[in-house]
Write a protein that binds this ligand. Sequence first.
Ligand code: DX5
Ligand code: ZN
Length: 213
Amino acid sequence: MTKIKVAPSILSGDFANMAKSVKLAQKWGADYIHFDVMDGVYVNNITFGMPMCKAIKPYAKIPLDVHLMIVEPEKYVERFCDDGADIVTFHPDASKDVLATIQKIKNKGKKVGLVLNPDKPIDLILDYLDIIDMVLIMGVYPGFGGQKFIPEVLEKVKKIKELRPDMTIELDGGVNEQNAKEITDSGVTILVGGSSVFNSTNPKRTIRRLKGL
Ligand code: DX5
Ligand code: ZN
């Protein structure tokens, strides 16, 4: 059985002390640090950008999984790679040139993934399945942590796994101890956990449970 990995989202961490949020997530057993970049245009919220990525990088002993919820990601992906991103995911519907954006990330030697919002079909990414490293399926409409998971998105996970059994699929939004098994049973191997991890009374146990351990 494939090992399930957990990527705590520091969007739910302490904004006054992001280094601490990173260190805590690692201590609790995180496999990646999920880094949610929002521009106030693609989504109705603003978080942080390249300088924050650079600032936390020295504290991250595990890969930084940078999720860009921004328009025209092609303008910024190289800077995120230079500032510490190990994986960069972006929304194809936000980009003017998806292929060029993928290539920019790959040319920096980083992993690349495409993200699908709950209302976006897999048709948007079919042309790129051979050249990307992962697919990120949104379990909520992006913008905020702490929203309720939309279970219908798992149909897309199953379809992608049928087409590409080896594709790594990450799921972001609304993941908790109760629904993690249903999500991983569908083929997801990386779970993002924002509020479920950072608001847990026992985050270490929560991460273990998300992993099905
Ligand atoms: C949603 C972000 C998510 C979010 C997840 O806009 O992309 O990464 O932080 O938070 P939870 O796990 O609380 O839904
Ligand atoms: Zn995210």
